[in-house]
Structure formats: C-alpha cells, structure tokens
Design a protein. Structure first.
Length: 150
C-alpha cells in the first residue's frame, strides 16, 4: 500500500470515527430532551433522570448504538491504516519510522493521543516506503556433459 493510500485510509477512518461520535452525542441529547423526565431530588440541587419507556426513548437508544457501531467501524479502518503504515515503514532502509509507529501504537492502547500524534507525524513527514530489492537468483550451474568424452 502506498503512503498516499495509507493517508487517505487513515483520514477516512478519522472522519468515520468522528461521525460516529457525533451521531452518538445526538442520540444522547435526543434521549435527554424527549426520552424521559427530570425530577429534583428533595432537599438538594441534584436531579434524577427517569426514562419513559416510549418510542422516543428507544429511538434515542438506537441512535446511540448506531453511533457506536459507526465509531467502531472508523476505529477499525484506522487500525488497518496503522498496520499498513507499519508494513510500509518496514520497507525503509532506516527503521526509525517503523519503531516510532510500533511503540506509539502499542502505547496508545493506554494513552490514545500518542498513537494519534504518531500517525499525524507519519502522514506529514514520513518518506514513501520502498520495497527491499529481491535477492538476485543464484547463478545457474555450468552445463556438464553426462558422460566423459575422450
């Protein structure tokens, strides 16, 4: 996969991820606005949300779930782009980009902005990966006669 294809895939995954988050947030606001009622807890300034088990509530839950599925799809696309970037950077003579992407990707399991920053740096500054040249085939043995000639 070329670096330009990796870049397009990663940015596409980022857009899908963000769209899923927006859809989920819309579902939360729909639930809070139409899916139940707020009642103040007596003697405090706190409120409890009591859901109405109506169509609006379940529609909002469905919108939240769909947003989560869209977000998961975007995350999978970004994971595929990260793996492609690893494969592409492994073909470079200098393995610095490979190590940076590998370590930041593994550490992003606990701290996501690290992997995001590494991929942004890869998209902006990494060189195009080059395949290592295939080894030359061994020379063919010289033809020898099968029987000795006199």
């Amino acid at each position: 996969m070329t670096k330009s294809a990796i870049t397009k895939t990663w940015i596409g995954g980022l857009v899908i991820f963000a769209a899923g988050i927006v859809v989920s947030i819309v579902g939360v606001f729909l639930m809070l606005a139409y899916g139940g009622t707020f009642a103040q807890v007596a003697g405090t300034s706190r409120y409890n949300f009591t859901p109405d088990m109506t169509g609006a509530f379940w529609t909002a839950v469905s919108v939240i779930v769909v947003g989560g599925v869209i977000t998961l799809g975007g995350a999978i696309v970004q994971l595929a782009a990260w793996i492609a970037a690893l494969v592409n950077s492994y073909g470079l003579p200098d393995k610095a980009w490979f190590v940076i992407l590998l370590i930041s990707g593994v550490l992003s399991i606990g701290f996501a902005p690290l992997g995001f920053a590494a991929m942004v740096a890869y998209v902006i500054a990494a060189p195009e990966g080059q395949r290592a040249p295939a080894p030359a085939p061994p020379p063919a043995p010289l033809a020898q006669p099968l029987v000795p000639s006199t």
